[in-house]
Design a binder for this molecule. Structure first.
Ligand code: GLA
Length: 417
């Protein structure tokens, strides 16, 4: 049988897995369906297995700014989450994944609470958003398959949330806009999963375009698609493969610390969000932070990181990749020294990368505390880079890094429309 490979997924094999897990639905007994499987009421919803895909994302610059109403500059990647889904109308919610050996079946009164700390909290959180808006979601079978490494800072969770929201919106004909689905996916993470993340990941995963990165104002959600013209350069991700611990609580702590910094500054400055803070204004009001140096450092990162995003995007547009790389380096240093979200393995990877010929920028990407670095380097250096940096990293840390050259990919979509 010929293989249909979509973003590295073998669709035929996944459809077989779907049928193994959930069985073939018998339509003949269901008056609600017409003979071709579409709903008798003429809506777009039907009981055919449908396929959807959402990518992961990598943030090129502008980290820990989104929840302060600042700026970020992410792009989609070519790996992500594939979802095979069908409507069942039996008020049962079945979840399986090819990545984990698990199967869960929940009834309607069980989907409004978390399911241990299992990954299905991401789709459950999204379903909860639909239910809260009054949509009658009357049963689904879902098979997820992901090829974004978990915990690598590449938004595997946002990609699951967004692909779920997009699919539910399609098959239940909810008529919600993509922007609304982005906000619901973020709310699923904030309210259901308990991670006080900003909107960058869900936004990028939904809105990404091939060969573009998105300059995103996280306060207003205004955004601009910027062509990612890399010329002789390549973007290579390096995964520390460090086990991330304390990730969620340390992340929420940073959100709270930024809130403290904002409250202090608001005593003297008319700002509504920390993301509006200019570096010079922070220095002029440094005295406010006498009792809270941590809050000062967090504000210093946020204000300088926003300035770096504003400098990096024109540099890219002018083809000045060297300057873009310098700003990436400064971003990492600030995330390490002021925001305290780097880790020893991340710093080793960054140091080894920067010392390698042809590399113009290297920084952690995403939340930090482990995960990936993003590296900008000459195309011709990639093979040597992977070998040398991988070797140095292994010697320093005992860990083996994985490397991926990314192709900036498009956002969430139906595959069999
Ligand atoms: C995580 C969060 C995002 C963002 C980044 C850091 O990926 O989900 O909202 O805050 O960390 O930039």
């Amino acid at each position: 049988m010929s293989k249909t490979l979509v973003n590295g997924f073998n669709i035929e094999r996944l459809l077989e897995r779907f049928n193994e897990k959930f069985g073939v639905l018998d339509n003949s007994a269901a008056d609600d369906f017409t003979s071709d499987g579409s709903a008798a009421d003429g809506s777009a919803a039907d009981n055919k297995v449908q396929q959807f895909f959402a990518p992961g994302r990598v943030n090129l610059i502008g980290d820990h700014t989104d929840y302060t109403g600042g700026f970020a500059f992410p792009c989609g990647i070519d790996s992500g989450s594939l979802l095979l889904i069908r409507r069942t109308r039996d008020n049962q919610f079945r979840f399986a994944s090819t990545n984990f050996d698990m199967f869960a079946q929940l009834s309607k009164d069980q989907i409004n609470k978390t399911y241990g700390d299992n990954w299905i909290n991401y789709p459950l959180g999204v379903l909860d958003q639909f239910v809260k808006r009054g949509f009658d979601i009357d049963g689904i079978d879902c098979l997820f398959s992901g090829n974004v490494p978990n915990g690598a800072g590449l938004s595997s969770s946002a990609s699951i949330e967004v692909v779920t929201a997009f699919a539910i919106n399609e098959i239940f004909a909810c008529g919600l806009s993509l922007m609304e689905l982005v906000k619901m996916s973020q709310a699923a993470e904030n309210d259901f999963v308990g991670m006080q993340c900003g909107i960058m990941d869900q936004f990028a995963v939904a809105m990404a375009r091939d060969n573009h990165a998105i300059l995103l104002n996280c306060e207003t959600l205004e955004h601009r698609q910027i062509p990612l013209a890399l010329n002789d350069f390549a973007i290579v991700l390096a995964n520390t493969n460090q086990r991330r611990e304390l990730n969620e609580s340390a992340y929420n702590e940073r959100v709270a610390e930024c809130g403290r910094a904002l409250a202090l500054l608001q005593q003297h400055l008319p700002i509504k969000a920390l993301g509006e803070l200019q570096e010079a204004d922070l220095e002029a009001h440094k005295g406010l932070f006498e009792q809270d140096n941590i809050a000062y450092l967090r504000a210093k990162h946020v204000s300088s990181e926003n300035a770096r995003v504003h400098a990096a995007v024109p540099a890219l547009e002018q083809g000045d990749l060297i300057q873009f790389g310098r700003l990436m380096n400064a971003s990492h240093d600030s995330l390490r020294d002021c925001f305290h979200v780097s880790s020893e393995p991340l710093d080793h990877l960054v140091t080894a990368a920067r010392a390698h010929p042809g590399v113009v920028g290297s920084r952690l990407t995403g939340a930090g505390f482990g995960g990936c670095t993003v590296n900008l380097l000459h195309k011709d250096s990639v093979n040597q880079f992977v070998k040398n940096v991988g070797d140095i990293y292994q010697t320093k840390t005992g860990l083996t890094a994985d490397f991926y050259t990314i192709a900036p990919g498009a956002g969430v979509r139906a595959l069999n429309a």
